[in-house]
Design a protein around this ligand. Sequence first.
Ligand SMILES: Nc1nc2c(ncn2[C@@H]2O[C@H](COP(=O)(O)OP(=O)(O)O)[C@@H](O)[C@H]2O)c(=O)[nH]1
Ligand SMILES: [Mg+2]
Length: 356
Amino acid sequence: MSASPRAPSSASAPAAAEAAAQAGASALLADLLGSDKARRRRALAKAITLLESTRADHRARADALLGALLPHAGRSLRLGVSGVPGVGKSTFIEALGLFLVERGHRLAVLAVDPSSSLSGGSILGDKTRMVKLAAHPRAFIRPSPSAGNLGGVAEKTREAMLACEAAGHDIVIVETVGVGQSEVAVAGMTDIFVLLLLPNAGDDLQAIKKGVMELADLVVVNKADLDAAAALRAQAQIVGALRLLGGHVARELPQRAADAWRTEVLQASARDGSGIEPFWDAVTRCRELRERTGVLLAQRHAQDQAWMWERIDSGLRQRFREHPAVRAALPALAAQVRAGTLAPSVAARRLLDLVN
Ligand SMILES: Nc1nc2c(ncn2[C@@H]2O[C@H](COP(=O)(O)OP(=O)(O)O)[C@@H](O)[C@H]2O)c(=O)[nH]1
Ligand SMILES: [Mg+2]
């Protein structure tokens, strides 16, 4: 490529930057869609790094890339996997992943772990644990972005997912830690959401956050090899608990309101690989039902709308906080609210009036 001439006037500088961003995006996209496997893998890693970047000058290129790859995205099955640390998510994903790549699938594993930016990347340990899968040419594993807050991390994982799909991965698994709101975020970006539980889970079902159980399309009692009787008992107790919840996902996510799928409860041992095949069979049945009934597509459309609004909310909030008039007035008004001399709603209205 020849050196681009200096922009003659400041008016055309943005146009020049946009053209450069477009050119960079098309080059990356060509490698992503290409048939050279090594090149494709490098391009995917590079694309995700660009999408994850928080640098303002990278954002234009990242947006251009998103625009270019969008028509090639969306053709995968998106699977969310959640559960408390230590339940065996990574081990399960590796066993499932190997099962899938051996059958010719191309798998991508991503993660949403808002704690990783504090702990220095807890999923990195997982990556070394998924050694066999990570080494497989049809698998691509990416640790959680360390962007900080959940919204930022989830945003980057959603975008990375689109890049994986454009690169031809037909199954994307998003692993998330069972803490905070990250399960809700992952259920909101996947087609099917799976909750892993321990064989003793039945003994203290109360301990399982109610909202999370209600998000699950499939519940897997993992580590069944440790205690077969306990696993069986847990399975029965979870089935009973789900029946109380109405037999299926209570669907606090609006996009899941009308769905004929009934949550299934299975057993597995990620360590020895038992239960993986029945699990995949259940995933496949759920997917086929949702495709046939149009739920899958409707859910994705709703997820896209929700994603857009979530980013608008978050962006507006940030702009509001950074607005010079708000920054100037906020400390005094916040102090008055703290002192009890000003109603919070009145303070909020005064601040909001400042940005009009
Ligand atoms: N006995 C047994 N151990 C398991 C099983 N699955 C995972 N583990 C072990 O449980 C520990 C935590 O597993 P890991 O996959 O890292 O859990 P994560 O934190 O949920 O990702 C590891 O020592 C695994 O070897 C299983 O099915 N049976
Ligand atoms: Mg893990």
